[in-house]
Write a protein that binds this ligand. Structure first.
Ligand SMILES: [Zn+2]
Length: 103
């Protein structure tokens, strides 16, 4: 258990993020192909989403760091003002590349 007031965050490596995005896209395409056999409009939706998502997600920068409450690794979109830790359910404020705790 860490008790620091704030922790520093860094940008998620864009190459690593791109690979994750491509995997997400391939996964969505897979679901789309599956749906093509039972309900094709839904299949088309997933395939298009799967093809477009990696490019859209590439332009959304994510910050990664440790939760100032419990130390759990958290990832948040840089445009978001805050995030709730998935591990300890406590509120975290994102400010100037740092995660600040809110008590
Ligand atoms: Zn936490």
């Amino acid at each position: 258990m860490s008790a620091s007031e704030s922790t520093s965050a860094k940008y998620v490596d864009p190459i690593k993020a791109l690979w994750m995005n491509i995997l997400t896209g391939v996964f969505a395409c897979g679901i789309g192909v599956f749906f093509f056999f039972c309900f094709w409009p839904l299949g088309l939706f997933f395939v298009v989403t799967g093809l477009v998502a990696p490019f859209v997600l590439f332009f959304i920068k994510n910050l990664e760091g440790s939760c100032p409450h419990c130390g759990h690794t958290i990832t948040v979109r840089e445009t978001k003002p805050g995030v709730t830790c998935r591990a300890c359910k406590k509120r975290i404020v994102v400010r100037e590349m740092r995660f600040l705790r809110v008590d």
